[in-house]
Structure formats: C-alpha cells, structure tokens
Design a protein. Structure first.
Length: 274
C-alpha cells in the first residue's frame, strides 16, 4: 500500500495554498507551523479533531499523525512552514528556545486579529523569499524571517491552548480511543477492533474512512510509527521500539518505519543528535 508521506530534505520548506489538500492523515520528518488565513476546516491531530477558522495556528511535531479535512466548497487558504528541528535548535539562544511551543505540545491556538496581522504577513514574506530567492543575502533573509516567525509563534502561543472543537460520531470516537489504548498490543488489528466494537469489519472500515480519510489498518500503522518516533526521541533502542509499538517481527518494523518516514529507525535516531 502506498502512503503519501511528506519527507523534506531541505532545512526549510514553505508554501501558501488555496487548493484542496492532496493528502489525508500523514506524518513527516519536519516540524510544521500551519496557519489558516481564510475559511474553515476540520483538522485532526493527537487523536482529536479541531474546527479551524481564520487565525488558527497549529504546532505539529514530526511524530504526530495529522491532516486537514476541509468542508466541501469552503475556502481553505493556508500557510505552512516545514522545518528541521535541528535547524530551529541551532538558531535558538540561551534565552529563547524556538521549539518551546512544539515541545510543550501546544497543538492549536487561536490568534486574535492583531496577532494575525503580524503573523500572516511574516509567514508570507518567508514563503516569498523561499520561493523567489533574493540575489544577495537569500540565506540571511530566509533564516531571519524564519526566526521571526517562530518567535512570534511562541509569543502568541501563550497562555491558552485550543480544546477539541469538533467531535466525531460516537462509533468513530470509540474506535480511536480503543486504538490509542491498544497500539502497543501486537494483536491489535481490524478484526480485533471489529470484535471489540461488536460490528462488521467492512462497515467499521467504511465509516472510519469516511470520517478520517484512511482505513483502520492504515491508522493503526501510522499510530505505531508515531509511537516509535516518540520512543526513539527518548533514546529507546530500535529493538525495544519494535516490541513497544506492537510489531511482533523486527524486519516488518524496519520496513514499515522506512516506508512511512523515508528513513530507517537507526538513521532517524542518529538524526536526532546530528
């Protein structure tokens, strides 16, 4: 099965877009700062669904399963900045941690009009410099604007964090909760979910995909790789990650991790200290 996974190779990658997204739930190797500048949409992250509106700012870690679900026919105008966590660390100072809001798992905050008037133009300037490099000083302008974006994002993330604002149907919510509690269990599968929910597996798969855009099997696999990335970030060994993430076969774990993230677990662990 093919996964539409974003695997970025540059330190910074940015875009401004008004078109419907081409992917559903996914992960990627970079951090992401995501701002809705016009319209409304649902957005899934950390097993919750939020209703986005103009000014919603999302902090997405590189181990989080996430994705937008725009309303049909609704305007969906957004800016996204993808960046290497190592770059943000290298540009941080003793007084300012540019990754603070990400490390605190802020998820989503709602900017007020004054904050939006600062954040949106700064992100757009960064995107413009990324897409149309200046003849002189491109690297300095790019990193300067990037630091401004993250400084503002951290400033505006205080003091509140958004609560879940869109609720899935009861059955989908129960499936998500069950997968979350059983993700380390190697026996977790579509069949075990169907048995627990006391429903036909074909029916469950259909309603789950209607709500999240992926099958139950896909979501289980993404959740396991998400857990694996978090454990590797805690210096857990690759072998232990395999066991703790519900994989009963080491080779299958390596293949699944590489297929979804673009690199092996060992290389991912090494990149954390690069």
């Amino acid at each position: 099965m093919d996964y539409l996974i974003e695997h970025f190779r540059k330190d910074i990658d940015c875009f401004f877009n008004t078109e419907p997204p081409g992917i559903t739930l996914h992960m990627h190797n970079h951090m992401e700062l995501y701002l809705l500048t016009k319209g409304e949409a649902r957005f899934f992250i950390d097993n919750k669904s939020f209703l986005l509106e103009k000014g919603s700012l999302i902090f997405i870690n590189n181990d989080q399963v996430h994705g937008p679900n725009p309303f049909p026919g609704e305007i969906f105008e957004r800016c996204a900045i993808h960046f290497s966590p190592n770059l943000a660390r290298s540009l941080s100072s003793n007084k300012t941690n540019l990754l603070q809001a990400f490390e605190e798992r802020k998820s989503i905050v709602q900017l007020n009009p004054a904050q939006l008037d600062i954040m949106a133009p700064t992100m757009l300037k960064l995107i413009s410099e990324f897409q149309h490099p200046s003849t002189i000083g491109h690297d300095l302008l790019l990193y300067s604007l990037f630091m401004q974006v993250l400084v503002y994002a951290n400033q505006f993330s205080e003091p509140t964090k958004a609560e879940e604002t869109y609720h899935f149907p009861e059955l989908t919510t129960k499936i998500l909760e069950y997968i979350q509690t059983q993700v380390s269990n190697p026996k977790l599968s579509l069949e075990s979910v169907a048995c627990q929910m006391n429903h036909n597996k074909i029916y469950l798969n259909r309603i789950f995909k209607e709500d999240l855009g992926v099958t139950i099997y896909q979501y289980i696999l993404l959740s396991r790789i998400s857990l694996a990335k978090r454990l590797l970030e805690e210096n857990i060994s690759v072998q232990q990650c395999c066991e703790k993430c519900g994989f009963n076969d080491y080779s299958n774990f390596i293949r699944a991790f590489k297929r979804i993230t673009g690199i092996s677990p060992k290389k991912y662990a090494s990149s954390l200290n690069a």
